[in-house]
Design a protein around this ligand. Structure first.
Ligand code: ZN
Length: 261
């Protein structure tokens, strides 16, 4: 895990807002209020955004980076319970509570994001109905994904889980090549390195993927989808921008406020 500082990049914030699905869904009024508070940043792979040793002072909206959410045990064993790309946001638990979040958010694929102070976002969350709707719908979706991940890890075989994981990550990337080692894959999937190597070899022999010198590529997307467990289609339905948009706009009752200080 790297502690390389985020670098400010001279980019057009308005343009970056269009690249994140949650920010793009906001009304013009809400977006204009957030605009002066959003800072474009570059997130290097391996950078830790949140965890026990981190203040939780910011929320990030990825625009091209991909971040994994992991729960780490005392013996440093970990397992992933969520993936966030340009469809979502990282650090939302700190928006709802001042309690320390023990989960880690680690950048898997380096890229860009928009960063905002938690306190500023919290204040806008109070003021803006559409910001509240979209962030609560997204948080609900991520809770569903975490619950599904528990069932997936318990009941689905590693081969199928690896296919699902690859598809979910690649869907959030612009290219088809991911830099990842077997060690990292094993940590994210919560299995031994040998087991993930064996599964990856099976997928390579079936010509679904290629893993060479730490670079993983999908060769046959349809084949990979056919081999993935049901969790891939389910996760896509849950966090797709269309699903969030429809749910937020179908609502007639105001979203209840969450309890926070
Ligand atoms: Zn599954």
């Amino acid at each position: 895990m790297s502690n390389v500082p985020e670098e400010l990049q001279p980019v057009n914030v308005m343009h970056e807002i269009e690249r994140n699905d949650l920010l793009r869904e906001l009304s013009e009024e809400s977006r204009n209020r957030l605009l002066p508070h959003l800072s474009p940043v570059t997130l290097p792979a391996g950078h830790v955004l949140s965890g026990v040793r981190y203040s939780g002072a910011h929320v990030w909206f990825p625009t091209s980076s991909v971040v994994t959410l992991q729960h780490v045990l005392k013996d440093s064993c970990s397992a992933q319970f969520g993936i966030v790309g340009r469809e979502g946001a990282v650090g939302l638990p700190a928006l709802f509570s001042d309690r320390t979040c023990s989960d880690h958010a680690v950048v898997l694929q380096g890229g860009s994001a928009l960063k905002i102070s938690r306190l500023t976002l919290r204040s806008e969350f109070h003021r803006s109905q559409d910001l509240r709707d979209i962030l609560m719908q997204y948080s609900w979706a991520m809770m569903q994904i975490a619950a599904q991940t528990v069932a997936c890890n318990t009941h689905h075989c590693l081969n199928d889980r690896l296919c699902t994981w690859l598809l979910l990550v690649m869907d959030r990337m612009h290219g088809n090549h991911l830099s990842v080692t077997y060690e990292e894959l094993a940590n994210l999937l919560g299995v031994r390195r040998e087991a993930v190597m064996q599964s990856a070899r099976r997928l390579q022999n079936a010509e679904l993927i290629e893993h060479r010198r730490g670079c993983l590529s999908i060769l046959d997307r349809q084949g990979l989808e056919a081999s993935a467990c049901e969790c891939y289609a389910s996760a896509r339905r849950t966090v797709s921008p269309t699903a969030l948009h429809d749910t937020a706009h179908r609502r007639h009752e105001p979203v209840p406020m969450v309890a926070y200080r």
